[in-house]
Design a protein. Structure first.
Length: 128
């Protein structure tokens, strides 16, 4: 996996989550375990679209930088979600709610971004 693939596949997943969130309506994609409000649906749709475009438009170096930024932002949300987790919803500055599963997903995305960036290095070293 490299940065381009991360942006493409991550973008597809985010775009799908955003669209499904709007279509589903209640925001409860997995009951009370995972739900998205409209702010998250808009964010997922926008970020997914941008990520897919970035996979095709940006240079490899810029893609890698963007993936690094995504990794850092995901790490922030993953950690900060545990800090605000016990607060009343919406617990992220009154905009959206960060729950346990959200935090885990954000941390997984951070690790995935890191691995994608490492994939860029291994592809460059192998001449791929």
């Amino acid at each position: 996996m490299n940065s381009k693939q991360f942006l493409l596949w991550g973008g597809v997943v985010l775009l799908a989550l955003g669209i499904i969130g709007f279509i589903e309506g209640s925001g409860k994609l997995l009951g009370d375990t995972l739900w998205f409000d409209n702010a998250e649906n808009y964010a997922h749709t926008l970020l997914g679209t941008v990520a897919i475009a970035a996979a095709y438009v940006l240079t490899a170096s810029t893609q890698r930088t963007l993936v690094g930024i995504v990794g850092i932002v995901s790490l922030f949300f993953g950690i900060w979600g545990f800090v605000v987790g016990g607060r009343a919803a919406p617990n992220f500055y009154g905009v959206t709610n960060l729950e346990f599963l959200d935090n885990i997903v954000h941390l997984v995305v951070a690790v995935w971004a890191y691995l994608a960036m490492r994939g860029d290095k291994s592809m460059a070293m192998s001449g791929g």
